[in-house]
Design a protein around this ligand. Structure first.
Ligand SMILES: [Cu+2]
Length: 138
């Protein structure tokens, strides 16, 4: 009697163990473009489809943008030529351009595990500090 109960318990535990857990749900990252920064919330994500909800919350009236690059380089050490990051040296995952003050745009990309860098590549903006790193975990 006890043995049979025990066997049934083990069997149900095994069945639960192989049930799908939906581990790769879609995620949204809030991205705030300020005059001199790019702020991410949350600052990391799990691999899969990730939507960047990009808002220009800067005080200045300049338009900004968000470019997502795949690279192991730290976001503060990208190569620059005449005030702009040389995007052609990296794999570009996606971008949204011309985000006006007070406006927001969405960018949805599928990202594998790894290190990514987010920049605003308007002339001079990277050097003013508009860059951030994003680590995508398994
Ligand atoms: Cu900018």
């Amino acid at each position: 009697m006890t043995d049979r109960y025990h066997a049934a318990f083990v069997l149900s535990a095994v069945v639960l163990g192989v049930a799908p857990l939906g581990s790769h749900a879609d995620e949204t990252i809030q991205v705030k473009l300020t005059d001199t920064t790019i702020q991410l919330d949350p600052g990391s994500a799990k691999a899969g489809r990730i939507t960047f909800d990009v808002s220009n919350v800067a005080n200045g009236k300049t338009e900004h943008e968000l470019v997502v690059l795949k690279t192991d380089t730290d976001d503060s050490h990208l190569p620059i030529h005449k005030g702009q990051v040389t995007e052609s040296k990296f794999k570009k995952m996606g971008e949204v351009e011309d985000v006006k003050q007070g406006a927001s745009k969405r960018l949805s990309v599928k990202l594998a595990p790894g290190h990514y860098v987010l920049i605003c590549n308007r002339h001079g903006h990277y050097e003013m500090g508009m860059h951030a790193s994003l680590v995508v975990a398994r």
